[in-house]
Design a binder for this molecule. Sequence first.
Ligand code: HEM
Length: 151
Amino acid sequence: MSKSFLGTAAPTYAELTLVLEIAMGVGLLIGAQLARLRRYRWHAWCQSLIVLLNLVLIALTMIPAFHRQVLPKLPSRIGKRYYALAATHAALGGVAEFGGMYILLAAGTEILPKKVRIKRYKFWMRSVLVVWWMVLFLGIATYARWYMIWR
Ligand code: HEM
């Protein structure tokens, strides 16, 4: 695995994930602001792109890392911060991405049956944004625990 460009012990893919995820977290905040300014079309494009890009990142980098480094040690090592952080992050991350995909499908398409479409958009969009940022902090903490000096 090649060395990181940020100077930590992380492989390049993890550094890239970190930088992209932080940019995407900020992007979602900018997207939320677009909705407040009533630029709904721009808002929809911005948030949808980020949710879909996140799906790609989860599939390409995070799920494989989870399978390689976390899953084989569960449940016996869940008491260790190294595994606990990553496992909590992964579980809540799944919820955030699922929530994002659900809003995307419910608000932007007609795919879902009427019964399961959401009506309180604002509430759900804000809730997913809050959970997303919690996941982002947990991801940064996972990165720090895995690759930085106090390891
Ligand atoms: C909203 C959703 C998510 C966000 C914002 C997010 C964000 C992040 C960030 C910033 C990192 C640090 C960069 C890195 O170490 O690669 C990270 C790492 C990680 N995430 Fe996520 N993540 C999300 C969902 C998930 C999901 C669903 C899983 C489930 C498998 C997951 C598993 C991991 C693992 C195992 C790492 C450590 C990867 C490594 O360093 O090799 N994440 N995440």
